[in-house]
Design a protein around this ligand. Sequence first.
Ligand code: ASP
Ligand code: MG
Length: 429
Amino acid sequence: MTAERQLTTVTRRSKEEPANVALIVQKYGGTSVGDIDRIKNVARRCIAAQAAGNDVVVVVSAMSGETNRLLKLVSQITERPSEREQDVVVATGEQVSIGLVAMAIHAQGGEATSFLGHQVQIVTDSTFSKARIKRIDAEKIVEALKQKHIVVVAGFQGQDEQGNVTTLGRGGSDTTAVALAAALKADACEIYTDVDGVYTTDPNVCPPARKLNRISYEEMLELASLGAKVLQIRSVEFAMKYKVPLWVKSSFSDDPGTLVCEEDKSMENVVVSGIAYDKNEAKIAISGVPDVPGVAAKIFGALDSQNIVVDLIVQTASKDGRTDLSFTVGKTDLAKARETVETVAREVKAGGVETDGDVAKVSIVGVGMRNHSGVAAKMFQLLASEGINIQLISTSEIKVSCLIHSKYTELAVRTLHTAFGLDKPPAAS
Ligand code: ASP
Ligand code: MG
């Protein structure tokens, strides 16, 4: 796990302050601040949270579509932008949002102050476009909270030790919110989005999908990395490391949402908690790979040196001193990966290289798998009974993933959802 380290925390309450004041960090994503009416809605919610007796820190993203628009401007200048300058450009989306949200709060009679990442000292490393938070010196936030201001912080951005503007990767405002919640020892971190929580699977693909009341950090981490896009993965790692209770809620309803929290006994009774699918991977197959030590290291080493992340890997049994090697990479990396692999394949005198983009990875996730056997076998049987061929498999303690033809994605998800009992709420235990 690579959650950021050494987060300095500050004492936020003076001794005389009543202990029943809770500190809440709320994060509103791009759709929640997508237009002026929505920004006014966010302001109303922040004021209501404060009126309910809380100290409120709000983290906001850029208005929906804005970060993409900025990236497009960059791409119109050059295909290979300076990463430092690109961050200077894309970090601006959040600046507009925080100013507008703070003003909307003022307009409704509240007190608010906005801060950019560097103003509240969100210090990151220098990996532009995917920087990691190293520490937060939240003194200014604490000061403003003492004045009973709602504090509005720009998500997604920070500064490195040299003072350069950095950004935290797409969806990075989630991580800003969780990191602030950890640094401020907040009582809760609420991520407001356009869905009312974390679902057993994507309701667009599988209508019986249900909203989960609770899910463990570990399951959420798997679901997020398997393509369920509710939370940035790094924010979940952070929440898990610092035990921040994380709520996923809708900014358009009053539904209590889903709590992402530590695992407890009752979660183990549910074998499969969620099903994810991902159509963003492609398969590469190398045939006739010489079965001698060092060949796999060479192939995957070459991919790694191009920063290409490899996911599922399968090697067939050796026949006449040769094996077939198949694996998946992100679709956007496919062309580069193919080139790299073809070069190595020639060097090691392997046979041909073939690629297939019509694949989907379908995964079942659940902490209950740790103490239930036969879960993977059941998944394979279910897919087989629908005539779905499994191309690659990978498992972890709490997950089984199968790569299948993409045209069967919906059928696979629905079949698994029903067979693993997710169509109905679990019996109370
Ligand atoms: N605005 C950034 C993005 O679109 C960060 C975020 O939304 O969390 O990726
Ligand atoms: Mg977002």
